[in-house]
Ligand binder design. Structure first.
Ligand code: DGT
Ligand code: MG
Length: 241
């Protein structure tokens, strides 16, 4: 059965070590196609939540459901693969640009990879590389800029065409023009998919269907940007200085 991208957490507790719980009683519901943003200070648990959406770890208590299938306790690698991930540190390998994109879906044709690169807004820079899509990347893509690596990561996720996505926005310094390119690619990728975004840019947060404000392993506030600003709580503090 195809997944729709519906994701639900019910009373989820989690610790990397069972004796040290780092996420407490997490409840959330994402309708197919919604964009959920996580904000909060360092160590609040944002990455940990996305690790659980990916089912990289077993949870201690509660339920995680994709389309009503509880995947919280049992390992279902087939389900795990159906989610797309764009991480801060994109793991590129020694091989061509084309093969690095194809890694998102191993049986993808060249045409599918190029289509994904176009959607990701990566096609233009790839065309300008010495050998275009056949350019060989050094291990970990050291011969690309950080922004270019992000665009490739977006293309790789796009070729997989997953119902749900996890995006960890880069914090580090990419220039404004590159950031705009990455942002455009991400928006195209997110359209029509459930997206969980660890957001650092206010522009990304602002149009989220729901923003989860995290602190010390708990969701302490949630709502749209306007609702949270009206609440005059932690989020308001974060975004008004
Ligand atoms: P960031 O990325 O610095 O903004 O912080 P978050 O919000 O992504 O925080 P997160 O989820 O990485 O960390 C939450 C807590 O879990 C924090 O106390 C550190 C701990 N933690 C994170 N990753 C691991 C891990 O791989 N092993 C263990 N034992 N603890 C971890
Ligand atoms: Mg993190």
């Amino acid at each position: 059965r195809e997944l729709t991208g519906e994701v639900e957490f019910e009373n989820v507790d989690f610790g990397y070590n069972p004796d040290k719980i780092v996420l407490h009683d997490i409840n959330m519901y994402a309708k197919p196609g919604q964009k959920i943003a996580f904000v909060g200070s360092t160590g609040a648990g944002k990455t940990t939540i996305t690790n659980l959406i990916n089912r990289f770890y077993d949870i201690q208590d509660g339920k995680i459901r994709y389309d009503n299938i509880n995947i919280g306790k049992i390992k279902k690698p087939d389900l795990r693969r159906s989610l797309g991930i764009v991480l801060q540190d994109t793991h590129l390998f020694t091989g061509t640009v084309m093969d690095n994109i194809r890694y998102g879906k191993l049986d993808a044709t060249d045409e599918e990879c190029i289509k994904a690169a176009k959607l990701a807004n990566a096609h233009d820079f790839i065309k300008r590389l010495p050998d275009g899509y056949n350019t060989v990347l050094t291990g970990d893509g050291a011969n690309l800029s950080q922004g270019q690596r992000q665009l490739l990561a977006i293309a790789r996720a796009a070729v997989a065409d997953p119902p749900a996505l996890i995006l960890d926005e880069a914090t580090s310094s990419i220039d404004t023009r590159t950031e705009a390119m990455v942002s455009k690619g991400m928006d195209a990728l997110m359209a029509g998919r459930t997206s969980f975004v660890i957001a650092h840019r206010l522009s990304t947060v602002k149009d989220a269907d729901c923003i989860m404000v995290m602190e010390q392993g708990r969701i302490i506030e949630r709502g749209t940007h306007d609702q949270l600003i009206d609440m005059k709580g932690r989020y308001y503090q974060l975004y008004t200085g």
